[in-house]
Design a protein. Structure first.
Length: 341
């Protein structure tokens, strides 16, 4: 019996030493594992973005960098990711920038009603003064944009088609973003705030009867199982949201120069060749899935969009300019980008 116990001790010590050697070997080789968190379901285009990015980086750097991806809020709750990246406890995220507007109010510009009118215009923000201003603000808050991405969104409801601002009256709505909430409250809606991952349950329990979110979220969260009406952002959309792939500056500064170079090269290639072709599929996917589910579809017209734009200027835009530090400066740059698309 004593002999067996001694043998067990020898084996245990051997295993522990082997693990220690493996860990030391990993460190000595300079291997880096980056934790990537997001709130979206497996297969959502934002989840695909992370996985394609990780695969392309790994092709160039081999085992020098590994990625551990946590989808569906499995590591951090959606809004907790911001502070986690600032502190360096999370390395990367596909993050809706408006979620951080409580701590950096100017970021509400990235989900301001009717301020972006097309995916092409949205992606062009990066190289315009408004995009550069946002990048500077993010870096001042401890994060850096790697891949600039936007999603368009529509309006779903269980009770009626929401075509115009006045159709929002008396509805229980999830708007996404403080300025959308402000605008819809002015239209007479009752607002409940929540991340997109909680909309399905809220619709099923009657907490909500209407919602705004991205085309991708409408499909990946299977909201067609709850909704009866859908205003589809095919030709015109009042809802565009910046949801870039961002990295903690603490993490970024810890990477070797050659690692930073590869991450930037992959990011630039994906922005140019991957983002628009793949993100633009979401509207067609929405039309397909919602048609199958028997949801009544409406496609916003130019006249309807113009009425929303006029209402947004009088409500959300005015509120942004008056209540946000540097709000006028950011809004003027967003208007400039809209006019010079």
């Amino acid at each position: 019996m004593v002999f067996a116990r001694e043998n067990f001790r020898v084996v245990w010590v051997g295993v522990a030493l082997a693990c220690l050697v493996m860990c030391c070997s990993s460190v000595s080789q300079g291997a880096t594992t980056l934790k990537v968190s997001h709130q979206f379901a497996d297969g959502d285009v934002r989840d695909q973005l992370v996985r394609v990015f990780a695969e392309n980086v790994s092709k160039k750097l081999g085992k020098d960098i590994a990625f551990r991806i946590y989808p569906a809020s499995s590591l951090f709750k959606p809004k907790e990711q911001w502070d986690a990246m600032r502190q360096g406890s999370l390395d990367m995220s596909v993050f809706p920038l408006d979620y951080a507007a409580g701590k950096a109010p100017e970021l509400s510009i990235t989900l301001l009603p009717c301020s972006v009118t097309s995916m092409k215009q949205a992606m062009a923000w990066k190289d315009k003064p408004i995009g550069q201003k946002i990048s500077q603000l993010l870096e001042a808050n401890g994060v850096k944009v790697l891949i600039w991405t936007w999603l368009d969104g529509g309006i779903g409801s269980t009770v009626k088609q929401v075509r115009l601002p006045e159709d929002s009256k008396d509805l229980k709505m999830r708007a996404a973003g403080k300025k959308f909430e402000f605008m819809l409250q002015k239209a007479g809606a009752s607002i409940t705030s929540m991340p997109s991952s909680e909309i399905y349950h809220a619709l099923s329990t009657g907490v909500l009867d209407s919602c705004l979110t991205s085309t991708s979220s409408f499909v990946s969260y299977r909201l067609y199982e709850q909704l009866k009406f859908m205003n589809v952002p095919r030709d015109y959309a009042i809802w565009f949201m910046a949801e870039p792939l961002i990295v903690s500056l603490k993490t970024w500064k810890s990477l070797k120069p050659e690692q930073q170079k590869v991450l930037e090269e992959v990011s630039q290639d994906m922005e140019k060749n991957w983002v628009i072709p793949n993100f633009s599929k979401d509207t067609e996917n929405l039309i397909t899935e919602f048609t199958k589910a028997g949801v009544k579809l409406h496609y916003m017209t130019k006249d309807e969009f113009d009425k929303w734009l006029d209402f947004a200027r009088k409500t959300a835009w005015k509120n942004y300019e008056e209540t946000v530090p540097k709000g006028k400066e950011f809004l003027d740059l967003a208007i400039q980008a809209m006019e010079k698309q």
